[in-house]
Design a protein around this ligand. Structure first.
Ligand code: PLP
Length: 454
């Protein structure tokens, strides 16, 4: 690959994020289904839906048609001045798919904004209900909820806290029930129980009257590599939050909109429903910048009666974005993409398990539906990590491009908890494409293994 060209006056995204002299990224030309094509004529199978966003693949004709139709009518109208049919259709569909207790959708431009909105909403609701002393949001370590200062403050990433701190609020963090490297004398189940107990201890230590919410990714994203806890963990967390009057927020930015084989990952644990859910990414499948926070109708009515939610952005409930979101949700339902995520997820999981069985550098495969990850290790017996200076996820990502595979590989928390690859193709993927993805991934990992052994 050629070197990054000297940037023009405005530079590019790369000029902010990649040191000079690093290989330049392919330049996107077009996308079709699970394939992305660059301007040099290469094609790449999108094995991760970008950052787990392109749930419908690329160039989807129904979504493009919905965008064109909406563009001819109205692209933008300020939601304090006009309501829109697109916003109403989108919110109604989302509420129906999300199920009881999550009836009202607050629509914004992305995941971080949705997380911020959820917290501000809960804070205002606490004030309205005479519980204004509750403001702390407990998060998990590791964990990720977005890159704005508030969302970063509740994310469990010490490196980001070091670089950007002091953050806007100091919040307690409790361990996420990581499944691969367990503390001595623990099983996955006993460690998950200990992590839930740590939540209750944190609430008691902080003073329950000061704790507003606990936020977690029900199926983890990049921060944990598709971590799934035992069912008892979710039930215990639900019990603890209810017992102390703490709102339970599920961050479903990655896991929502059908990706795990249910519309919400929460649907896998029906007895541990959240009070609030936050979605983005797959909600508009990358066709528009979009996120949403879902709340119970009774809470929204209470805030409205007290004068209204004191929050909003220029692009809240953006008309075009809502039309895209409505079209995406229509397609998710009509093409049964949630069912496809479950079916193709089983197939892909079996292929990844087979790759792992034959690879000395894959320690674990985990996840649900089409939100999967593979843990990279130097040695499966000792679970030793690949030396940090190898920057294994990034390197695998570079090699994958050569094999015509676009992977989402970025180290988080400086690799302190391990390294992994997200494998999360569009929910539209076919069995044949699952085979092609797996072959290309196996070849990439074999090349990386040779490089490590050289
Ligand atoms: N929450 C989770 C679980 C995420 O994975 C992300 C993004 O990766 C976010 C929140 C932030 O979303 P956005 O990048 O759209 O602001």
């Amino acid at each position: 690959m050629n070197q990054m060209p000297p940037s023009g006056l405005g530079g590019s995204h790369q000029s902010f994020t990649r040191p000079p002299g690093t290989p330049r990224l392919p330049r996107i030309a077009r996308g079709e289904g699970v394939w992305l094509f660059d301007t040099d004529g290469n094609r790449y199978l999108d094995a991760s839906s970008g950052p787990v966003a392109s749930n419908l693949g690329h160039g989807h004709p129904r979504i493009l048609a919905a965008m064109a139709a909406q563009a001819r009518q109205a692209v933008f109208a300020y939601p304090s001045q006009f309501e829109s049919a697109a916003n109403i259709e989108f919110s109604d569909r989302l509420a129906r798919l999300a199920g009881p207790g999550l009836e009202r959708a607050w629509v914004v431009s992305g995941g971080s904004e949705a997380v911020e909105s959820a917290i501000k909403f809960l804070r205002q609701h606490a004030v309205v209900t005479g519980q204004g002393s509750r403001w702390k949001v407990i998060g998990r370590q590791p964990g990720y909820h977005g890159n704005t200062l508030g969302a970063l403050a509740i994310s469990g990433d010490d490196h980001a806290h070091e670089v950007f701190g002091p953050l806007l609020q100091a919040v307690p963090r409790v361990p996420a029930p990581l499944s691969y490297r367990l503390p001595p004398n623990h099983t996955v189940e006993t460690y998950a129980a200990a992590c839930a107990a740590a939540l209750e201890a944190a609430i008691l230590r902080e003073g329950p009257e000061t704790v507003l919410a606990f936020i977690l990714e029900p199926v983890g994203g990049l921060a944990t590599g598709a971590l799934v806890a035992p069912a008892a963990y979710y039930e215990e967390v639900r019990r603890i939050c209810t017992g102390h009057g703490v709102a339970l927020i599920y961050d479903e930015v990655m896991s929502g909109a059908g990706r795990t084989g249910r519309f919400l990952a929460a649907d896998h644990w029906p007895t541990a429903r959240p009070d609030v859910a936050v979605l983005a990414k797959g909600l508009s499948a990358g066709y528009a910048p979009m996120g949403a926070a879902l709340f119970p109708a009774a809470m929204v009515d209470r805030i409205a009666a007290a004068g209204g939610f004191m929050h909003g952005f220029t692009y809240s409930a953006h008309v075009m974005n809502c039309a895209v979101g409505a079209a995406v949700l229509r397609e998710v339902e009509e093409a049964d993409l949630t069912g496809n995520a479950e079916r193709m997820g089983c197939l892909l999981r079996a292929r990844l398990d087979a790759i792992a069985a034959n690879s000395p550098i894959i320690g674990e495969v985990r996840g649900l539906g089409l939100l999967l990850a593979m843990e990279l290790v130097a040695d499966r017996g000792s679970k030793a990590m690949i030396p940090l200076e190898r920057v294994a996820p990034q390197r695998v990502g570079e090699l994958a491009l050569r094999h015509g595979l676009a992977l989402y590989c970025r180290r988080t928390s400086r690799g302190a908890y391990g390294d992994w690859l997200m494998v999360s193709p569009p929910l539209t993927i076919t069995a044949e494409e699952v085979g092609e993805l797996s072959d290309r991934l196996a070849a990439t990992l074999a090349e990386f293994t040779d490089e490590l052994r050289a």
